[in-house]
Write a protein that binds this ligand. Structure first.
Ligand SMILES: [Zn+2]
Length: 247
């Protein structure tokens, strides 16, 4: 069930059966020569909707922008500031909590969001703890990497031997290419496997170290068939993680 396609009466009915909601979150940033700019939020949304359909959970509209300052040296990349991300996540949680949602399960397509996502959760709980007339809060937030489960990571390592990488990777590029109606760009990779990850600072440093945007990966190995397989695996992983979170 999608929040955006429900009426408020339907949301009230849903709340009689569950207090949980899935929130897909990603980024809008370069993903190398053949990766879509929307890879991270397309993956998160696609997998979240798959989980929602499979287990009847409510899925909120996708947060398509995230923490992407490293990528601003490449056309089309957009970043939030940490304070914007913390405010946005907190406002969404508090708004939905006002009418009964209590369990917020963020399916995250972008590793760069983890630190400030957690900061947002902590900020919301700190406000509650500091409130002079505060009561015990039923709100629980959790963030899970969309393709980080064991069912998705094991085949990805096999499909991208030695070239899975840490940006524009073999777990993130294929599902976005499989998601409906997306064009599949082709590109020659040079070198075939991009330089491996080191510590990173700003977008100038990133562009100098990783000139085509990839880190450690060869996403030219990506196919829609890989995407279909990794998507199905990620939906199973995330459905299990959601059930555990709600238990
Ligand atoms: Zn990504």
């Amino acid at each position: 069930m999608q929040l955006a396609l429900a009426t408020w009466h339907e949301v009230e009915e849903y709340l009689q059966t569950s207090r949980g909601i899935i929130v897909p979150v990603g980024s809008t940033e370069q993903h190398g020569p053949n990766g879509l700019i929307g890879t991270d939020h397309l993956d998160a949304e696609f997998i979240a909707k798959g989980v929602g359909d499979k287990i009847g959970a409510m899925v909120a509209p996708t947060l398509a922008y995230g923490m992407s300052q490293h990528h601003l040296g490449f056309a089309g990349s957009v970043t939030l500031r940490p304070s914007t991300m913390i405010a946005m996540v907190g406002d969404i949680v508090r708004s939905l909590a006002r009418n009964g949602f209590e369990r917020f399960f963020f399916i995250n397509g972008h590793g760069g969001n983890i630190a400030n996502g957690r900061a947002a959760f902590d900020d919301a709980l700190t406000a509650q703890s500091l409130h002079a007339n505060g009561r015990p809060s039923p709100i629980r937030c959790h963030m899970e990497a969309s393709s980080g489960g064991t069912r998705a990571t094991a085949p990805a390592r096999a499909l991208f031997p030695g070239a899975l990488g840490s940006h524009a990777t073999g777990v993130e590029v294929p599902p976005a290419q499989f998601s409906p109606a997306e064009a599949i760009p082709r590109a020659q990779m040079s070198p075939m496997v991009a330089p491996a990850s080191t510590s990173l600072f700003d977008c100038f440093d990133y562009r100098r170290r990783y000139p085509d945007g990839r880190i450690g990966s060869d996403p030219s190995l990506s196919t829609p068939q890989h995407g279909e397989r990794l998507f199905a695996a990620a939906v199973e992983d995330m459905a299990d993680a959601y059930r555990t979170f709600m238990a």
